[in-house]
Design a protein around this ligand. Structure first.
Ligand code: ARG
Length: 588
């Protein structure tokens, strides 16, 4: 379906052409003064310059030509030359009615579906997920869902960190505690035990202890680096320990993402890039793209136009160990082979920007990616506390993701228990759904790259620009539709009739803006545009609801038309929150 603006524009363009002006002057925008009109056209001012006429004269000519157009109920001019237009109730109703009967509410999806790989989440195995992982998970999941809704072929990859220093630290800490385990005996050739020598709870304690130790104990740190290197080079005992760590830790990582309603098509890991590293490095070296500098293999990525420092991208450390960039580059080799993506989107903390700049430049220089594959980095801003510094718990620690979710859910449960009588099981499930909406909406309604302040009282409020407010609106609609269906069990799409009052028209105008909002959110990679849109739509709906008796409306056609509006509003709100990555309960 064409957007409603495009449809209306056709009439205005024709009018400009009929008056002898270029039809491109007939472009429409949403009105900046909704009290005066629904749409405006600023073309008379531009045409005036070219035609050496007064803008008001041109506006007058165009308005004259538009006087018969039945898509407008009112057309007028305002100084210095604006053309103000009100859409007619019939044109709006037939548009909105068609939306209600169309798949995806008439959204036009691009003709060619792209293959898009979204690298997000980025959990590190054996390290608990903390608040810093929240945004890349929520935002990446949302990018993915919006792109899918737009009809693209989208693959999400968690790209687990499983090969870095954290593994060496854990291995060395284990060795310190249980030196007689066979994993540490180089002479051991038998099978290793199938049971891990630690539990998840142990791991959660081992990593922070080892990490703290490495900051005080140089020798321990050196051993951990060596162990990381040995693991990467295939040390048998360490490899077996790595497998235990993966087995114990992965289900917990998955459970955390499940709680966030975040899921991945691919559970690839840094270490999966290993088979690609040797050839990649050999090729870069042979072609002179990489060179040794002090025994470190590097690629120079500085460009003449750079205004900031651009250090070389390090491919191999002097002992031959791989770095973060090495696996990211080899992962690109793998991704090109497996998927030939048109776009690869990386979503991480914005402090990783330089790393990705270096990786992207190296990948281009070494022709690892095709020229027509776009590499895109999306850095997420920080979640701050009310003091403006990165969010910490009362005891000054970086909060665990779980704890944060639990805190919001508990707050939510308290609220719904205050005003409702849901049974315990439903209450806790509902609290989980609303809690998630609070967290995700708060995150996504802020621009991804900007920092924001974590304010659980505000996020969990049922009023204002919050997730719970949107859910509340959906639940309200569902409840009316349920009651209506009680007396009208047949399922149909109800025909939407022309608006009778201002609130109804405003709701219909808000509904008609669905496709542009989603398209813009996709084109600009800006989920906050969807949040702004559904907030406006919810406000328009609630205003209509307060002014309209829906269930007691005596005229069946009018009532049915109201129900049509409710159906469409619900569908749009539910599709939008699904793109944002949360869902609404039946009751709340
Ligand atoms: N594991 C990394 C971290 O915690 C994030 C990974 C992001 N993706 C990537 N391809 N480097 O910082």
């Amino acid at each position: 379906m064409n957007s409603i603006t495009t449809l209306l524009e056709q009439a205005v363009k024709q009018a400009f052409a009929a008056c002898g002006y270029n039809e491109t002057y007939g472009t429409l925008t949403l009105s900046k003064r909704p009290d005066l009109c629904d749409y405006q056209c600023n073309g008379a001012m531009a045409a005036a310059k070219e035609a050496h006429k007064a803008p008001m004269v041109i506006a007058g000519e165009v308005i004259e030509k538009l006087s018969g157009a039945d898509c407008f109920s009112e057309v007028g001019a305002a100084a210095p030359g604006f053309i103000n237009l009100k859409i007619s109730e019939t044109a709006l109703a037939s548009y909105v009615d068609e939306m209600n009967r169309s798949e995806k509410q008439g959204l036009t999806i691009p003709e060619t579906a792209l293959t898009i790989l979204v690298d997000y989440g980025g959990a590190n195995v054996a390290k608990p997920l903390h608040v810093g992982h929240l945004r890349p998970a929520i935002i990446g999941e949302c990018y993915k869902r919006i792109a899918k809704y737009m009809g693209h072929h989208v693959i999400g990859d968690v790209h687990l960190g499983d090969w870095g220093l954290q593994m060496g630290l854990i291995i060395m800490e284990l060795k310190r505690r249980q030196p007689s385990l066979p994993y540490f005996d180089p002479a051991y050739t038998g099978d290793y035990p199938s049971e891990a020598p630690f539990t998840l709870a142990d791991l959660e304690e081992i990593y922070p202890t080892a990490s703290a130790r490495s900051k005080e104990d140089e020798a321990f740190k050196a051993d951990a680096l060596q162990a990381t290197h040995d693991l990467q080079m295939g040390n048998r005992g360490y490899q077996a320990l790595w497998e235990h760590i993966m087995r114990v830790s992965l289900p917990d990582v998955k459970r955390n993402y499940d709680r966030l309603n975040v899921s991945f098509e691919l559970w690839n890991k840094e270490s999966d890039a290993k088979p690609y590293i040797r050839d990649m490095v050999a090729d870069m070296t042979r072609r002179g793209i990489a060179h040794y500098d002090n025994q470190t293999l590097v690629v120079d990525v500085k460009e003449d136009t750079d205004t900031k420092e651009f250090p070389p991208c390090i491919i191999l450390k002097s002992d031959g160990s791989y770095l973060y960039a090495t696996t990211d580059l080899a992962t690109l080799v793998q991704r090109m082979q497996d998927f030939h993506p048109d776009r690869i989107m990386y979503v991480t903390d914005k402090r990783q920007e330089m790393h990705f700049d270096q990786v992207f430049r190296t990948a281009r220089k070494a022709s690892i990616v095709n020229a027509d594959t776009s590499l895109e980095f999306y850095g997420c801003g920080t979640i701050n506390g009310k003091d403006g510094k990165p969010y910490k718990t009362r005891s000054g620690q970086t909060p665990r993701l779980e704890a944060l979710i639990d805190e919001i859910n508990a707050q939510m449960l308290k609220k719904i228990n205050e005003n409702d009588n849901l049974d315990t099981a439903e209450a806790s499930k509902t609290a989980g759904l609303i809690g998630l909406s609070a967290i995700k909406y708060a995150d996504l309604s802020n621009q991804s790259a900007k920092d924001y302040v974590f304010d659980s009282d505000r996020f969990t409020s049922f009023e204002g620009n919050t997730g719970p407010y949107i859910l509340y609106t959906i639940v309200r609609i569902k409840s009316i539709l349920r009651k209506y269906a009680g007396d009208h069990p047949e399922e149909t799409t109800h025909p939407i009739l022309p608006a009778e009052g201002a609130a109804q028209k405003e709701l219909m105008l808000a509904l008609s803006r669905f496709a542009p909002a989603v398209t813009q959110a996709y084109n600009e990679t800006a989920p906050h545009k969807i949040c702004t849109y559904i907030y406006e739509l919810s406000n328009a709906f609630n205003k209509f609801y307060h002014e309209t008796k829906i269930l007691s409306e005596p005229d069946p056609d009018t009532q049915s038309s109201y129900i049509g509006l409710l159906q469409l509003t619900r569908k749009i709100l539910e599709d939008c929150i699904d793109m944002l990555g949360f869902a609404a309960p039946e009751r709340m």
